[in-house]
Design a protein around this ligand. Structure first.
Ligand code: SAH
Length: 254
């Protein structure tokens, strides 16, 4: 049970598998006004940077679930490194359908909303693990400019223009699902560069170390094509944000 190998290769050196930077991740944690001891659930926790740094900086406790064996091992190592291994737990597994035994103060899925079939399904899944008054955190791309053609959307590695919304529509869609947007942290092109360009050096070094690997041809093709594709499409058209949500019908307990 694992994610496609190509991601375990291209993102093996990433601490954050999204266009959000370490600084913005810290600012987001502060913006959510996390209390010491707050329980954070993270579906698709990657290499664990959010939970580990928030445990170190804000005293949260956390549980992360991720389908990548490699990323989950990296998350456990990161927790040791930051001295928070007693406060965070990383589980290697499928987060689809995962509901926590103990309700979370923050229930997050940052850049993995396919886990429950899209934004709406993921919010519904996270809501089942959320305590009254808690916050749902969703990380999701949006169009900074609407692609003029479906081919441009595909150039951004989306299946279709309809995969993503413009920012105002994305924010409105949370409202239609019955949620207030209570905070947000948007990525910028520098953050996108950290996420995307960091893959290139990783690929280059992996190719040098694994010339005979059955994946070498695919990695070589990606490394050759990616800088230009990224600059032409993703960097121009795609935005990304972390969105904090609270249910509107949360009542007095919220
Ligand atoms: N939230 C992390 C990782 C985002 S990348 C961060 O911001 O750094 C998306 C993550 O989803 C990857 O780590 C991938 O391994 C994980 N993933 C993909 N499908 C999954 C599934 N079904 N269950 C759990 N994790 C999954």
């Amino acid at each position: 049970m694992d994610i496609p190998r190509i991601f375990n290769i291209t993102e093996s050196a990433h601490r954050i598998h999204n266009p959000i930077t370490a600084e913005k991740l810290a600012t987001l944690g502060a913006a959510l006004r996390l209390e010491p001891g707050a329980r954070v659930l993270d579906l698709g926790s990657g290499s664990g940077e959010m939970l580990c740094t928030w445990a170190r900086d804000y005293g949260i406790t956390g549980t992360g679930i991720d389908l990548s064996r490699l990323f989950t091992e990296q998350a456990k190592r990161r927790a040791e490194e930051l001295g928070v291994a007693r406060h965070v737990t990383f589980i290697h597994g499928d987060a689809a359908g995962y509901v926590a035994n103990e309700k979370a103060d923050v229930a997050a899925c940052v850049g993995a909303t396919w886990i429950a079939g899209g934004v709406a399904g993921t919010i519904a899944l996270l809501a089942r693990s959320l305590r009254p008054g808690g916050i749902i955190l969703i990380g999701e791309p949006y169009w900074r400019q609407l692609p003029p053609t479906e081919a441009v959307a595909k150039g951004c590695l989306a299946n279709a223009i309809a995969d993503f919304l413009m920012l105002p529509e994305l924010l409105a869609s949370f409202g239609r699902l019955g949620y207030d947007v209570v905070e947000m942290m948007l990525a910028d092109p520098d953050g996108w560069d950290r996420y995307e360009a960091a893959k290139w050096l990783t690929m280059r070094r992996w190719l040098a170390a694994n010339p005979g690997d059955e994946f070498a041809k695919e990695v070589r093709a990606q490394l050759t094509a990616e800088p230009e594709r990224y600059a032409t499409y993703t960097r121009e058209y795609l935005g990304w944000g972390g969105f904090a949500l609270m249910p509107r019908d949360g009542g007095s307990s919220a």
